[in-house]
Design a protein around this ligand. Structure first.
Ligand SMILES: [Ca+2]
Length: 290
């Protein structure tokens, strides 16, 4: 068996713990209306690392037209964590702000504080001098940036699942992780396909736009590929997509394509993605298992 790609459903980083305390701690520099405001929060980035996200904005009380105020321009605003510059940007129309992120300083952990400062290094538009510093204190929360694996599976419920010319035999079960036994059997026009090999690839995904419940599940869409027997002859591949649009199943969708593995042009069944004409696909949570 070749390389198996396993996607265990939706993965996401989880933030656990207290809300971020962000308060303006001090303002220094030239006594002037010109300064940068700063907001910041500790979050997990996509790679699972703890980072401080910041947004620096020209002082909010400025002017009446936020989209066209050259006095808000500044060519260099430095961002520092505990005095170490970690980023730089410019205030330009129309937002006069910028955002970024950088790693939490080494050695800092939950409960520690980090001073996030924004310094107006450049001259302001309208030729006001720079030098203003604004700082906020960010307290690092309890963070668990580990990737959470949410496991899922699909079953066929209700009456027999029908899509296009195909009927999916009762007992349909497909797991995202490939590890437990799967069952997919399709009948159409007197012909029959039975998936015999575990899937070779599968993707389980969750589209926020699709209301899949009930039951609650970490996915609404499963895309799989497997091999099996067509009319009792080995050497065929099945590609399938299942989408759970909730109950009673009349909005659920499925696609099935079966072809000869050695000759993909020999397609014996092709049902494009479409609404079921019977039955109900159901996505579920599954227990972690090895
Ligand atoms: Ca459904």
């Amino acid at each position: 068996m070749g390389t198996t790609t396993i996607r265990r459903g939706v993965s996401r980083a989880v933030l656990v713990g207290a809300a971020i305390a962000g308060t303006i701690a001090f303002t220094t520099g030239v006594a002037s209306a010109h300064h940068a405001d700063i907001t910041a929060a500790v979050v997990c980035d996509d790679s699972g690392a703890a980072v401080i996200e910041y947004t620096s904005t020209a002082w909010a009380g400025w002017g009446s037209d936020p989209t066209n105020d050259p006095t808000r321009e500044n060519p260099q605003i430095d961002i520092a964590f505990d005095g170490v510059v970690v980023g730089s940007g410019a205030f330009v129309a129309p937002t006069y702000s910028f955002s970024g992120s950088a790693a939490v300083p080494a050695g800092k952990s939950a409960g520690d504080s980090v001073y996030v400062t924004t310094t107006a290094v450049g001259m302001w538009g309208g030729s006001a001098g720079g030098g203003q510093v604004v700082a906020i204190m960010v307290t690092i929360p309890e963070l668990d940036c580990g990737v959470v694996e949410e496991w899922g599976r699909f079953t066929g419920g209700g009456s027999q699942v029908r899509v296009g010319e195909a009927r999916v035999t009762r007992g349909l079960t497909i797991h995202c992780d490939l590890l437990l036994s799967n069952n997919l059997e399709v009948n159409w026009g007197g012909k029959q396909f039975h998936m015999t090999e575990h899937l070779t690839t599968v993707a389980c995904t969750d589209d926020p736009a699709i209301i899949q419940a009930p039951p609650p599940a970490p996915l609404d869409t499963l895309v799989g590929v497997g091999t099996g027997r067509y009319n009792n002859v080995d050497g065929y591949t099945i590609e399938f997509t299942m989408v759970d649009y909730g109950e009673p199943g009349s909005n659920d969708r499925m696609a099935i394509r079966i072809y000869q593995t050695s000759n993909p042009a020999n397609v014996v069944l092709n049902v494009p993605l479409q609404v079921l004409s019977g039955g109900n696909l159901q996505a579920h949570y599954d227990q972690p298992h090895k």
